[in-house]
Design a protein around this ligand. Structure first.
Ligand code: HEC
Length: 124
């Protein structure tokens, strides 16, 4: 009796393990992080400058804009902004109360890289 229950349990967990392995590629595709996709594109574009746009975002922007721009917090969600690249550059450079302007702290290419990154984030 005990043995039967045991082997059923083994079979069930084997099935779970196999299902897990089979599902993994699907889950990985569905979970592909859009911030990584956008950052890879930007870091390639500014590779000569040694761009690491997610690090830049994390140090300058993350305390107000969460989830690398994907989540609303003190600052709005940036992904899916209706603003043009030019307008985003202007907001980052000049600020928009209560957001500080960054033109004195960041180089022009860094502001452009952040704008490219933000406008490359998906709508949803
Ligand atoms: C002190 C908090 C704070 C920091 C730090 C901050 N922001 Fe903001 N940001 C805000 C707030 C609040 C708004 C909304 C302003 C409004 O529209 O009234 C905003 C708005 C924006 C907008 C305009 C969004 C749109 O749809 O037009 C962009 C773009 C933006 N921030 C990017 C950045 C970037 C990039 C950084 C880092 C370099 C940054 N912010 C740092 C608080 C912040």
């Amino acid at each position: 009796m005990r043995q039967t229950t045991g082997s059923v349990r083994v079979r069930a967990s084997l099935l779970a393990a196999v299902t897990c392995v089979l599902m993994q590629p699907l889950v990985a595709t569905a979970n592909e992080d859009p911030t990584e996709v956008a950052a890879a594109m930007v870091d390639e574009k500014y590779s000569e400058q040694g761009s690491d746009v997610k690090r830049l975002f994390a140090t300058r922007c993350s305390w107000c804009h969460q989830g690398y721009g994907m989540k609303h917090a003190d600052g709005p969600r940036l992904a899916g902004t209706s603003s043009s690249r030019e307008h985003v550059i202007e907001v980052i450079a000049k600020g928009k109360t209560p957001m500080p302007g960054f033109r004195k702290q960041l180089k022009p290419w860094q502001i452009e890289a952040l704008a490219d990154y933000i406008t490359a984030l998906p709508d949803e």
